[in-house]
Write a protein of this length. Structure first.
Length: 78
């Protein structure tokens, strides 16, 4: 957040507020959703759920599993 906010010469708090007002979600939630969509594409492309977890930027499989199930309503292996 600091690096992105620095590119626009605004504080990360102000940037976060603007992002939430514009999109209705936080920057963190947006990034997680983008990673989950990438992981789903990788899984449908033949990657294992664990491999997709790592390739999409998650460091913890249990966290990935929880977010994936919450967002898509199904387990990554389904």
């Amino acid at each position: 957040l600091d690096r992105i906010a620095g590119e626009f010469y605004i504080s990360k708090f102000y940037m976060s507020r603007l992002f939430r007002e514009s999109t209705g979600s936080s920057i963190g939630d947006f990034i997680i959703k983008k990673r989950l969509i990438l992981a789903k594409r990788l899984i449908f492309g033949g990657a294992t759920p664990r491999s997709a977890c790592i390739q999409s930027g998650f460091t913890d499989y249990s966290s990935f599993f929880k977010h994936y199930k919450k967002y898509f309503g199904t387990a990554p292996s389904a």
